[in-house]
Design a protein around this ligand. Structure first.
Ligand code: MLT
Length: 396
């Protein structure tokens, strides 16, 4: 018997599990501490009323013989795929309902999609990066080429001409930095991928934070993307589904490699390894995406946007360099006094009780940086930023 030894090349635990462990230890030692969590990007506002009502109604249907649903279609109910198609149409993007696959969230699909690709591929991964892209490829033993994201390129790496590439991960608005690619930059990536025959795995989980039409919300806003890109999205941040779980992946019919349709392969993979998302969750997701539900979701997004403004204004006021927080719930800041990311994590927790995410947890280029999220309760975010202002007001 041989185990997958690639697991030996992973960090001991997943970034957010490590942080949760450190915070639990701190709380045990300081039971009196009033801890404010601005670490993992977990929402704090509830499901919108329309989604919660639809969820409850559908659960009731499941309790009655006449309305009971057994196994659903693995690709997702048509009512939800139609609602997603309409959601895209709302910002001018045409996707076919048949290319949409409903899932329990973008994170799972971002890992599972790798079933479609040989381990003998070169993967381009930005650094810093959402750890799932890296860890899932380390597990499979793929060759990884890091794309440096840093202050000099605005944390938005561009195609490395001459570099072999099979799979390319892009996330915009970016997790962890909050940086956002514009149309011209994404066009360069799409052209590069089409030239190389590479596939872009585009994580659009934060698209709903884009305010106005200046930045693309979907890779399919870019001409040529349907022959080189798979898009992953989620209702987690848009509609407070982090605990309810629903996302979707778009695999365009036009996307083929080595004579095989990736859409057909993904359908084959999903029908074999996945039995779909529960009926009540899909009804809740549909209700969130319909106009009345969406209006409520947008009101929630405004609350987070305002919190992001509070974070960035405080950091500006005390002279701490930062980016993000405009089309994104994440603010990426430099650690004060030249501290390392983990030193600042400990210092911040000790001095203020505020939890954030060390930039180095997202990669080598994240060292010396720190991520704060705007997903906390607004009063808690204000309180946290006031504590940060008092503790690091002389950040120079
Ligand atoms: C994050 O904090 O980076 C996200 O919440 C992680 C996720 O969505 O899985």
């Amino acid at each position: 018997m041989k185990i997958n030894r690639n697991y030996q090349n992973l960090e001991e635990s997943y970034l957010f599990s490590t942080i949760a462990g450190k915070v639990a230890a701190f709380q045990k030692e300081h039971p009196e501490a009033d801890v404010i969590r601005m670490g993992i990007g977990d929402v704090t506002l509830p499901l919108c009323e329309k989604a919660a009502d639809a969820f409850a109604r559908a659960a009731k249907e499941q309790g009655q013989e006449k309305t009971f649903h057994g196994y659903g279609p693995e690709q997702g109910y048509e009512f939800l795929r139609e609602a997603i198609r309409e959601y895209y149409a709302g910002f001018g993007v045409r996707v076919k309902a048949g290319d949409i696959f409903v899932s329990d969230g973008a994170k799972s699909d971002l890992g599972n999609i790798l079933d479609l690709f040989d381990a003998d591929n070169t993967v381009l991964i930005p650094d810093p990066v959402y750890p799932v892209y890296l860890d899932t490829n380390v597990m499979a033993g793929r060759r990884i080429w890091f794309l440096d994201a840093n202050a000099s390129n605005g944390f938005l790496p561009m195609p490395p001409e001459g570099q072999e590439a099979d799979l390319i991960y892009l996330c915009s608005p970016n997790n962890p930095t909050g940086a956002v690619y514009d149309r011209a930059q994404l066009k360069e990536w799409v052209d590069f991928a089409n030239r190389q025959g590479a596939v872009i795995l585009f994580d659009a989980a934060y698209e709903s934070f884009i305010d106005g039409g200046a930045f693309p919300r979907s890779i399919y806003e870019i001409e040529g993307a349907e022959t080189c890109a798979i898009e992953f999205c989620s209702l987690s941040k848009l509609a407070s589904f982090t605990g309810t779980r629903c996302g979707y992946t778009v695999v365009p019919e036009a996307l083929c490699r080595e004579g095989m349709s990736l859409r057909k392969m993904w359908l084959r993979r999903q029908t074999t390894k996945f039995n779909g998302v529960s009926y009540p969750v899909q009804r809740a997701a549909q209700a969130a995406l319909l106009p009345e539900g969406m209006a409520q979701c947008r009101a929630h997004l405004e609350v987070y946007r305002e919190s992001a403004r509070v974070i960035t204004e405080t950091l500006s006021a005390i002279g701490i360099w930062h980016i993000g927080g405009i089309h994104s719930p994440y603010v990426w800041m430099q650690c004060p006094h030249g501290m390392t990311s983990w030193d600042f994590f400990a210092d911040l927790l000790e001095k203020t009780g505020v939890v954030g995410t060390p930039g180095s947890g997202f990669g080598r280029n994240g060292e010396g940086y720190f991520r704060l999220t705007a997903f906390g309760r607004p009063d808690a975010t204000r309180e946290a930023m006031e504590r940060i202002r008092r503790a690091y007001g002389n950040a120079e």
